[in-house]
Design a protein around this ligand. Sequence first.
Ligand code: ATP
Ligand code: MN
Length: 477
Amino acid sequence: MEHTRRDKICDLLRSKIYDREVTVKGWVRTKRDKKTFGFIELNDGSTIRNIQIIVDFATVYGNTLNNLQDQNTFANWKEITTGAAVCITGKLVESPAAGQPVEIQAQKITVYGTADPESYPLQKKGHSLEFLREIAHLRPRTNTFGAVLRIRHAMAYAIHKYFNDNGFYYIHTPIITGSDAEGAGAMFRVTTLNDQQPPKLPDGRVDYTQDFFGKMTNLTVSGQLEAELGAMALSLVYTFGPTFRAENSNTPRHLAEFWMIEPEMAFYDIHDNMDLAEDFLKFLMQYALDHCIDDLEFLNKMYDNELIDRLRSVIASRFERLTYTRAVEILIASGQQWEFPVSWGTDLQAEHERYLVEKHFGKPVILTDYPKDIKAFYMKQNDDGKTVRGMDVLFPKIGEIIGGSQREEDLESLRRRISEMNIPEKDVWWYLDTRRFGTAPHAGFGLGFERLILFVTGMANIRDVIPFPRTPKNAEF
Ligand code: ATP
Ligand code: MN
């Protein structure tokens, strides 16, 4: 196929250089006929906005529509339906029409691929998000998913930019892990053993020493433990990769496969950790406002009229910082009726988190110093013997967006804790080694990427902010 240069629609819409020849390639959003000319609205994914193309039939086909009916060239015009992929060369002109800066007067149209209007699922606009989940292979072509995917990309880029600009190193932690000590959730087994007749130990359990890695392995629930190893050498590191939880939680905020950003910082205490989390989140929101405003305005109009105001208000706010114990007092004193009752020692539910953020403080909240029994073994223990230096960042509409802590750097305290929690030392000997050799205070946190994207896009369901959601009973695409 002849290769023609392509002008990106986002560039043309910004261009002030008129009356020149341009070539656009993309997918038809709509087409309209008049007697002697037609209009095409074309989108190429470079922006949420379409470019309008005016097709003067005499120019492109050498005739009017009526006279074209039986001629071969008309097939080309008939093939141009919603969803078809086309290449159009023409003249970029200043548009006389309101609401668009430029349009293209077509000279030549090539159809790369048709989309039969009878069977193309996106022929009509206005499908429900639930329906679009069933056609996840095609939904990137809608305005909504185009916007979400562009914002998702911008946030991934901004995350790397933030850390790079602040002296962090990106460290790739493994996806297949031999450690199941993290305790963040149920895991997916990774095995190449024969699933009909796996080798068995005398006591009937599967003999994983004969498995691919010579031991039982799973998909990781977090890159943190390995990131800590990096921080103990490079000082400032972060991971950004897929994580997996085999929990049967069918909520709008949980996926079985999601991406997590986990910075880990040597010589940071929990206050430094909170400062970093707050600065990082505000940077990301500001980046979205600065670079994705067309997409944000679309989502603000279509799904969440408070989206842009909410982003601005989070950037302007000082996150409220208080202890778990104080939060429980506030929740009890609130007189609210809860689905899950609150008392000191229980894990807070989304309803409690959102009450604190949305009703009580009216801004993001960071809770610290949680009861040790509801948190992981690695969190630094406080002198009260009851709480640990964990911190959760709670956001409006989302609840927990970040979970983190100062880590226990003292070898003996850590060993006591893992033995209390029945974690075999032989499973975490390598982790304990960092406390044996050159241990130092350090801290870190995990930001759920899709929870961030939920917040930044204003979408309500986490299935709509990842291209191919993995949830219980769903892995079709
Ligand atoms: P939650 O209580 O909301 O289920 P968690 O406390 O189990 O979350 P962590 O283990 O602290 O989660 O993970 C760190 C971050 O990863 C969370 O703050 C959240 O943003 C995100 N996260 C956790 N589980 C999921 C999930 N199943 N799907 C998407 N994001 C998740
Ligand atoms: Mn958490």
